[in-house]
Design a protein around this ligand. Structure first.
Ligand code: FE2
Ligand code: FE2
Length: 167
């Protein structure tokens, strides 16, 4: 007889398939965080102009938070008997967060950040849904990370509103 997830938890032998699925989701989340770190480093350095400072400083702070998220996802992958992937498995997806042609084009950057945060919010909601009744520990961790991403997005929505008003 096979043990169910609800009785043995996500680390039980009977939950192997679900655990493998979850590890794959966490690997994807890990790469999303790593790519966000790369994009935010570039966009916290590149912009020019009087109005760029606020955005650069904000991204500068976010880099540390996103890096912390990547580490949390990595640790949880290990706890679930997975292996944190090596750099050769990475493939970039944030086409919208490449440096703009014009380094004073702050709207491009702010829109890119909102898109990155929205992608994370959507995917982390999926992970939370998957974890319901399966893995309360991962669920709890991802809920906390989700709250950070919602905060980041809201901040940049405010920047966008102001930039668009003056555009
Ligand atoms: Fe993050
Ligand atoms: Fe974020």
């Amino acid at each position: 007889m096979e043990a169910s997830t609800s009785s043995g938890g996500i680390l039980s032998e009977g939950a192997r398939d679900e655990r493998d699925q979850l590890v794959e989701m966490l690997k994807k989340a890990y790469w999303m965080e790593i790519e966000t770190v790369m994009s935010y480093i570039a966009n916290s350095i590149n912009p020019d102009g009087i109005r760029a400072r606020e955005i650069m400083e904000s991204l500068d702070q976010d880099i540390q938070e996103e890096l912390g998220h990547a580490q949390q996802f990595g640790k949880r992958i290990k706890e679930l008997y997975g292996v944190v992937p090596g750099s050769e498995e990475f493939s970039a997806e944030q086409s919208y967060l490449q440096p703009p042609e014009d380094q004073t084009d702050l709207i491009h950057i702010v829109r890119g950040v909102i898109e990155a945060e929205s992608g994370a919010i959507e995917f982390y909601n999926q992970i939370i849904e998957f974890c319901a009744d399966r893995d309360p520990v991962t669920e709890d961790m991802v809920i906390t990370i989700l709250a950070d991403e919602e905060g980041h997005r809201r901040l940049f929505e405010g920047f966008l509103r102001e930039l668009e008003k003056d555009a």
